[in-house]
Design a protein around this ligand. Structure first.
Ligand code: NIG
Ligand code: FE
Length: 420
């Protein structure tokens, strides 16, 4: 008989997220969550080796046993959109925001993203690594075990590569699995002011090296007024695809330019933000395989009345994921649980839709659907035990961390009270 490395017993409610059907979860499928009550799981060599009821687990042998004490257990969460690696911070912008100065105007004045660019250029690779590691530790403490991380605060060759190398090193050394995205097209640096197209050609020169050194899997662009137009974004991402990358777009975040339609046209893995998406854009998304990654924390933090039209998207059949957008300007938070609450309150998503959006669908948004987002036999044992009685409790009790224990590939990597 197998001796498991770890058995988690006495699980009150377990969301396996192992739904029927293939592909991202949308439409009717979102109504129901795959749940096992009074459950237990067995872990062997970092993978899920047994899923069953608490009673069935009585017979099983294990080196270590964890008593979940009737709590909720779910797969590790997936955050599919962060700007993890950056120098400095931007608390000075809070006062500017209070004076009513819009986000894009702060950027236009050389602040915003560009002030983080300066701090990131000035930081050494070691400094960036240590800072990002602290953010990543906090991300893990919130129950997130797989994270996408973008560059985009270098906007020159050296610093973009420096950021991407930090992500690679963190992926090798931190328990969290990282998925890297090259966002060289995040803003136009001072030295290229008024020359967006030339700047994009300058950034394109990095694509071959990034591919060669496996420094990123995705290429992203900030398609926005005063940043990159739809035409410029199309040209840049088309070149990225020719270089073998999958693409993502910061689309229709502030102004409705048509980035959503571009994401569908380019068969992007995801279109992100989508606050200003048109009716046509929603329809096209629904008929596509492009994941809508919604970031309600950003709308909240930018003080916008308008949110992504999640209800209309979901009702039309769009596949939706959620993310923190963790970054130093428009969403300085690592707390995906808070985003789940905002999704309920601002986007009117149901608890069931929210759970799919931070597990299975978030994994699809970064092409990790075969390894992340589900508790399933033979998959990596990325598991969270929550100080909560059921899944609806997490979006309900907002603003705090409900995580009790996080296991990554079967190892306990965070326990409440064991870390700062
Ligand atoms: O997703 N929109 C562009 N990028 C980030 C913000 C980056 C920043 O303000 O530093 C976003 O909102
Ligand atoms: Fe972003």
């Amino acid at each position: 008989m197998t001796t498991f490395d770890t058995l988690i017993v006495n699980i009150g409610q377990m969301l396996t997220m192992d739904h029927q059907g293939t592909g991202p979860v949308r439409g009717e499928q979102l109504r129901k969550l795959p749940i096992i009550e009074n459950a237990a799981i067995g872990i062997k060599d970092g993978r899920i080796a047994f899923i069953g009821t608490h009673d069935e687990a009585h017979e099983l042998a294990a080196i270590a046993k964890i008593d979940a004490k009737g709590k909720l257990v779910t797969p590790g969460l997936v955050d599919p959109h962060t700007h993890l690696v950056f120098g400095g911070s931007r608390e000075n912008e809070l006062a500017l925001k209070q004076q009513g100065i819009p986000y894009l105007e702060i950027l236009e004045r050389g602040g915003g993203i560009l002030s983080t660019v300066q701090a990131t250029r000035e930081a050494s690779e070691e400094q960036l690594l240590e800072k990002a590691r602290l953010h990543l530790d906090r991300i893990l403490s919130y129950g997130i075990t797989t994270v996408e991380a973008k560059s985009g605060y270098g906007l020159d060759h050296e610093t973009e590569l420096k950021q991407l190398r930090v992500v690679k090193k963190l992926n090798e050394t931190h328990p969290i699995d990282l998925v890297s995205t090259f966002l060289g097209a995040h803003a136009i640096p001072e030295e290229y002011k008024g020359r967006a197209t030339e700047f994009l050609i300058f950034m394109e020169q990095l694509l071959a090296q990034i591919k060669e050194e496996e420094l990123a899997e995705f290429v992203d662009v900030f398609c926005e007024t005063g940043v990159f137009s739809v035409e410029q974004s199309r040209a840049f991402l088309t070149t990225a695809k020719e270089n073998g990358f999958d693409v993502k777009i910061h689309a229709d975040e502030i102004d409705p330019l048509g980035g959503t339609e571009l994401a569908v046209e380019l068969e992007a893995i995801s279109g992100d933000h989508l606050v200003g998406t048109s009716d046509e854009g929603i329809q096209r998304l629904a008929e596509s395989n492009t994941m809508a990654v919604l970031l309600p924390g950003t709308s909240f933090y930018l003080g916008k009345e308008k949110n992504a039209r999640a209800r209309e998207m979901i009702d039309a059949g769009v596949a939706v994921a959620l993310s923190t957008d963790f970054n130093p300007g428009s969403s300085p938070t690592e707390n995906l649980q808070l985003i789940m609450s905002l999704a309920a309150l601002k986007l009117k998503m149901t608890p069931e839709e929210i759970w799919y959006a931070v597990t299975v669908n978030a994994a699809y948004a970064i092409k990790r659907e075969s390894v992340a987002g589900k508790i399933k036999l033979n998959r990596p044992a990325d598991v969270v035990i929550w100080d909560a009685p059921n899944y609806s409790y997490i979006p309900y009790h907002y603003g705090v961390n409900h995580v009790n224990t996080v296991l990554k590939q079967g190892k306990v990597v965070f326990k409440r009270g064991s870390q700062g």
